[in-house]
Design a protein around this ligand. Structure first.
Ligand code: ATP
Ligand code: MG
Length: 328
């Protein structure tokens, strides 16, 4: 069986982008592969987090995984900081990373832009992400298109480690879905939808109420003209909404385009809101049940146990290869 590893930061309210770009694939992969899905709290603290909010969000993300259909019996759901090997191999990967390659990362550029004090953690984030993946010797890493560059670096670091210290780590393959690989922001289709955006109107949170969803979609930016056509260059805003529609309804873009021919944006947006509401309603119901049951702590304990078993083994191999004196 192939092994799969992926993670989401508890850095805000999960969005439709996280669902379409990551979680839907989590569910699709769990039958065929051995899956490890984690809540990456060590990554979340690369930008300032309020402690109570971080704790709540961590639990909330875990519950959302289950609500979205991840089965804790099939896949291991765990919190990154419950597996100390991440921080350790993360440091080892940092020492193998070059300043120049980290400086080229667009996420670092985006997240540090215009800030006068930028944490060093934000800079070395990709080295920790490499460790996350390499610890599990993952074959496949389902991520949104925004993480492609980090995955490329992970492949480079794994290759560099193996070249210097002998074959130890597995070079992972990215797994990026075709449609909906990148859901864009509702207020600006040149930026990806992001849960840490200060403008709540720019994203649809998975736990938004139906009325909020309708409001946000009706206010979503549109392009000039009135034709509902998929054309990412000329009509980026409408194309993004079409891609959301297609992901929620399961229909092809062509089918949807044909339905709204000659109808203008209004009718299209109204129906789109209903497709999103229908997609999120069952998820929200299940989320409420899981939170109320308190089962999440057992799920996370179980997940961490399985993750630790694999991660500790790889860490030992990597330490040995690098020349650490192991305790006897
Ligand atoms: P942050 O703004 O805090 O970075 P985020 O929304 O980018 O939040 P992450 O935790 O960084 O979320 O990413 C979790 C997963 O969701 C990753 O696999 C990422 O590729 C995917 N993802 C994030 N945003 C989008 C998006 N707009 N479209 C598709 N996939 C996305
Ligand atoms: Mg992100």
């Amino acid at each position: 069986r192939k092994r799969v590893l992926s993670g989401i930061q508890p850095s805000g309210k999960l969005t439709l982008g996280n669902y379409i770009g990551a979680m839907k694939n989590y569910v699709a992969l769990q039958e065929e592969a051995e899956c490890f899905y984690m809540i990456v709290d060590l990554h979340a603290i690369t930008v300032a987090q309020e402690p109570a909010a971080l704790r709540e969000q961590t639990e909330s993300v875990a519950a959302l995984f289950v609500a979205a259909g991840v089965d804790p019996k099939q896949a291991s759901i765990f919190v990154q900081s419950h597996v100390p090997a991440h921080a350790e191999l993360g440091w080892m990967m940092t020492t193998l990373s070059y300043m120049g390659e980290l400086e080229r990362m667009t996420q670092f550029k985006d997240k540090s832009e215009g800030k006068d004090a930028v944490g060093a953690g934000l800079f070395v984030y990709p080295s920790l992400m490499a460790a996350d993946i390499l610890l599990y010797k993952a074959d496949l890493v389902p991520v949104g298109d925004d993480q492609k560059q980090h995955l490329e670096l992970t492949r480079d670091l794994a290759g560099r480690f193996n070249h210097r210290f002998g074959d130890t780590l597995v070079v992972p393959e990215p797994f990026i879905p075709k449609v909906g690989a990148r859901i864009m922001s509702l207020d600006d289709a040149s930026k990806k939808m992001s849960k840490s955006s200060p403008n709540a109107g720019s994203f649809i949170a998975l736990l938004d109420s139906p009325d909020d969803i309708r409001k946000k979609i009706s206010r979503a930016k549109t392009d000039l003209g009135r034709e509902v056509v998929y054309d990412p260059r000329e009509k980026p805003e409408i194309s993004n909404l079409l891609s959301i529609y297609s992901n929620c309804s399961g229909e092809s873009i062509a089918e949807i385009q044909a339905r709204y021919e000659g109808q203008g944006y209004g009718a299209f947006k109204k129906d789109l809101a209903e497709r999103v509401v229908e997609t999120l309603e069952p998820l929200q119901r299940k989320y409420a049940e899981i939170r109320a049951s308190g089962a999440i702590h057992d799920i996370l304990r179980d997940g961490a146990e399985r993750a630790n078993a694999v991660a500790e083994q790889t860490l030992r191999e990597a330490k040995e290869a690098m020349g650490f004196l192991l305790p006897r």
